[in-house]
Design a protein around this ligand. Structure first.
Ligand SMILES: [Zn+2]
Length: 440
């Protein structure tokens, strides 16, 4: 049985929507991620110029909460009466079969109003520091405030992170005061207000757990970042966050609390994603696509007339899985192993590269950050990008190039890119002529 009156299931995350490598959707002050960029949501209005959105998963969780609260009216009334002297008559709330669920629905809506105010707390402080807020989204596990940029100043992050829980405590206190002034006998109203008083304070406490990227974890990172580099502070906070997520998940398993298991999973993924993103950004500080790409002059290429059979033999011989396709020195497409595999073995002599190559080519500027190139590949689900310098095709960068370069930077400290390029094993090696590859 889920016991949502003992542990608040609702988390609040602040997500940073600034572009960055984000291997997993859903993240938070961005990932979670990640998470939000792939969510299907619709706008219901705006507060202080910030769009308020409902995710589709919210429509799932609202009736669930209404049901769970409604089904537990009896035990919750006992708790409220014992702890706050609420004097609520549980029998009066169950005279009709649907009455508990109506009360549950109102309480659930009130809970999400509280979550929205919590996110608004984060958002207004962030706005005061000059960070634009993309939106506040209510979803399966609560709320997400999406910042377009992440503050790296520890004081700013501290203040933005703590603002949410402070608002939740204030909402809890306000609910309690309204509860106190509501005369005994208004059983439904007193139930909802008493319930919201407890839950908003529980929400504040739960979010203060140092489980990065939840609020408490962000506060922890801010405090760690006072005395060490931001990336290091992030890694440490994320490790602690993952540890908490594991404990949370185990506790959820033992308590049969599915929502808590879900939150634990979410925290674990989001902590990993954001740590990776920050680590990569720090490691790749000042490294551009031009630094890690294979220059056009060093690339193996194929012609559009090459048969699939020949292409596969070349791939096997040269151990490359993707080639730029050149026609009269002009780049006309890109062909990868996955394209060639669409052709049945018996037909490989009949089909040519131009039949399967992709012509919708994704490009990246040579001057772009290496981490941006990786993000672009992940966003489009592709393994390589053409590198352009204004209109000119100047090279090819693969996911392997980026990951290998990251490996080298992380294991060696830093690389001076003014001299020799790091020679990665699976880097596309030289042999082709230096054709003038004009990118159409
Ligand atoms: Zn929060």
């Amino acid at each position: 049985m889920m016991r949502i009156h003992t542990v608040s299931p609702v988390t609040s995350v602040v997500e940073n929507t600034r572009p960055g490598p984000h291997p997993l959707p859903g993240s938070v002050f961005k990932t979670l991620p990640p998470v939000s960029t792939h969510m299907k949501s619709f706008r219901i209005g705006s507060l202080f110029g910030i769009p308020i959105k409902l995710d589709l998963t919210f429509l799932l969780v609202l009736p669930l909460f209404a049901y769970l609260i409604g089904a537990q009216i009896g035990p919750v009334v006992e708790i409220l009466n014992a702890s706050m002297g609420a004097g609520i008559d549980a029998a009066a709330l169950t005279t009709e079969w649907w009455l508990p669920y109506l009360v549950g629905l109102i309480a659930a809506i009130g809970l999400f109003v509280g979550v929205t105010l919590h996110e608004l707390g984060h958002s207004l402080i962030a706005q005061r520091y000059g960070y634009p807020i993309d939106s506040i989204t209510l979803w399966l596990f609560g709320g997400i405030a999406a910042l377009s940029e992440m503050p790296e100043d520890w004081k700013q992050e501290f203040n933005i992170a703590i603002a949410g829980p402070i608002v939740s405590v204030l909402v809890g206190v306000a609910s309690y005061l309204l509860f106190v002034v509501t005369p005994v006998g208004f059983n439904g109203t007193r139930f909802v207000l008493g319930y919201l008083a407890v839950l908003n304070v529980a929400l504040a406490i739960f979010n203060m757990l140092p489980a990065f990227p939840m609020d408490g974890g962000r506060i922890l990172r801010a405090l760690l970042a006072r005395s060490r580099p931001y990336a290091r502070a992030t890694q440490q906070a994320a490790s602690i966050g993952k540890l908490f997520a594991i404990f949370m998940g185990l506790f959820g398993l033992l308590a049969f609390n599915i929502i808590l298991i879900g939150v634990a999973f979410f925290v674990y993924i989001a902590a990993s994603a954001e740590a990776q993103q920050v680590t990569m950004k720090a490691a790749f500080e000042g490294v551009t696509v031009a630094d890690i790409m294979t220059p056009a002059s060093d690339l193996h290429t194929v012609s559009p007339e090459t048969t699939i059979e020949d292409l596969l033999q070349r791939m096997f011989r040269e151990r490359h899985t993707g080639y730029p396709v050149l026609e009269d020195g002009h780049l006309v497409g890109l062909v990868a192993l996955s394209d060639a595999r669409e052709i049945k073995p018996v037909e490989r002599d009949a089909y040519r590269v131009e039949d399967v190559m992709s012509t919708d080519l994704k490009t990246v500027e040579a001057t772009a950050d290496a981490s941006d190139a990786l993000e672009e590949m992940q966003k489009n689900g592709i393994g390589r990008l053409l590198v352009v310098d204004r209109e000119d095709f100047v090279g090819l960068v693969t996911r392997t190039d980026v990951m290998t370069a990251l490996d080298i930077v992380q294991q060696s400290g830093s690389i001076d890119f003014s001299g020799e390029r790091p020679a990665a094993d699976d880097r596309e090696q030289a042999d082709t002529t230096g054709v003038d590859n004009r990118w159409p």
